[in-house]
Design a binder for this molecule. Structure first.
Ligand SMILES: [Fe+2]
Length: 304
C-alpha cells in the first residue's frame, strides 16, 4: 500500500522560554522567525507557512506533530483507519490556518499527530539571517515505552512503511511516500515523548557553520559529526536552550521501492554496534542515549 503521508508537516512544542529556543533555531540552525507574539513563535526554513511552532508552556514538551497527507482523500482514509484500529480521534478540524482538511489522533501512549493537507507555501524561499539555512524540518524521532506497538499503530493509521528496525524492536524507522528512509522513528524509553527533531541541510559543509555557531555561547555538540547506519545519513546533534535534542542531517537514503523488505539490524547492547549506530565509529554519549523530552498534557493541546 502506498503511504497516506507524503512527508513531515510541522512540529509544535512547548518551551518555558519560547523566545530563547527560537533564537537558537535562528542563530544555530538557520531557520527564520515568520511570526512572533509574547506566547508563541513560528519558524520556517523554506516557503512553508510554518514548520516549527514554539509555544510558551509550563514545561519543555512535545505538543503535536503534523504529517502532510498525500491528498484530502488520504486524510479521510487515516480517520477511518484510526477508527478501525481503535485509536482516539481528537479532532477533525484543522488546527492551523492554511490547512484545508485534517484529522488529529493520539497513539495509545499519547503522542498526538495531525494528518493534514499541505500547509500553504506563502513564505519567500530566500531570506536573510545567520545560520546555514536548512532545506526543511526532516524527521522526528519519538520515544515510547513500547516501540513495536507504536510502529504498528503508525503503520495502521497512516500507511507508513517500516524501513528498518532493530532485532529487539528497541528502535524502528518508518518512511512516507517520499521514500526517505525515515520521516518518523521511535526509540524505547521509560516514557513517551520526543527524542530528537531533525533539520535537513544541503551539504556536510553546512555542519561546520552549525558547530561554529555554538562557540559564542560556549556550548558543545552532543554527538557527531558522523554517519548513521540506519538511513545512511550524515548527522550532528546539539541540545537547544529548552533541552530539545536537535539533529542536523544531510544525504538521507531514499528507498524507492515501496515493497522493499524490512531491514533488521543489531544495534548491540546500549547501541554499542558502531556499524549500525555510527559508521564512522564514535558511539553516542550517555546524554544522547538517555535523552528524552516529555509529552505536553493533552488538555493543553486541545485548548491550543
Ligand atoms: Fe534522526
Amino acid at each position: 500500500m502506498r503511504p497516506l503521508i507524503q512527508r513531515l508537516g510541522y512540529l509544535v512544542v512547548d518551551a518555558i522560554d519560547p523566545h530563547a529556543a527560537a533564537r537558537d533555531t535562528v542563530n544555530i540552525v538557520g531557520a527564520r522567525i515568520v511570526e512572533e507574539c509574547p506566547d508563541s513563535v513560528a519558524l520556517s526554513s523554506n516557503q512553508r507557512h510554518a514548520e516549527l511552532i514554539i509555544r510558551k508552556g509550563t514545561a519543555n514538551a512535545l505538543v503535536r506533530c503534523g504529517l502532510e497527507a498525500t491528498s484530502a482523500a488520504a486524510v479521510e482514509q487515516v480517520r477511518a483507519n484510526c477508527e478501525a484500529a481503535g485509536l482516539r480521534i481528537l479532532s477533525t478540524e484543522p488546527s492551523l490556518p492554511g490547512i484545508e482538511a485534517a484529522v488529529t489522533f493520539a497513539t495509545s501512549e499519547g503522542h498526538v499527530f495531525e494528518v493534514h493537507t499541505p500547509m500553504s507555501a506563502d513564505r519567500p524561499a530566500r531570506y536573510h539571517g545567520p545560520g546555514a539555512h536548512p532545506r526543511a524540518l526532516d524527521h522526528v524521532n519519538f520515544t515510547a515505552v513500547d516501540p513495536r506497538a507504536w510502529a504498528d499503530e503508525m503503520q495502521a493509521a497512516c500507511g507508513l512503511l517500516l524501513s528498518e528496525r532493530t532485532t529487539g524492536y528497541e528502535l524502528a524507522w518508518l518512511r512516507a511516500a517520499d521514500g526517505r528512509h525515515h520521516t518518523v522513528a521511535v526509540v524505547k524509553s521509560h516514557s513517551p515523548g520526543i527524542h530528537h527533531m531533525s533539520w535537513e541541510f544541503p551539504s556536510f559543509d553546512d555542519f561546520k557553520n552549525l558547530a561554529d555557531a555554538l562557540i559564542p555561547d560556549a556550548r558543545k555538540l552532543t554527538w557527531g559529526p558522523g554517519r548513521h547506519g540506519a538511513g545512511d545519513n550524515l548527522f550532528l546533534y546539539f541540545a537547544d536552550s529548552a533541552d530539545f535534542l536537535i539533529e542536523c542531517v544531510a544525504e538521507m537514503e531514499v528507498i524507492d521501492d515501496e515493497a522493499a523488505p524490512v531491514r533488521i539490524s543489531a544495534a548491540g547492547e546500549n547501541l554499542s554496534n558502531w556499524r549500525v549506530v555510527n559508521q564512522w565509529g564514535a558511539l553516542p554519549p550517555t546524554e544522547w542515549v538517555e535523552h528524552h523530552s516529555p509529552l505536553a498534557a493533552l488538555a493543553e493541546d486541545r485548548a491550543a
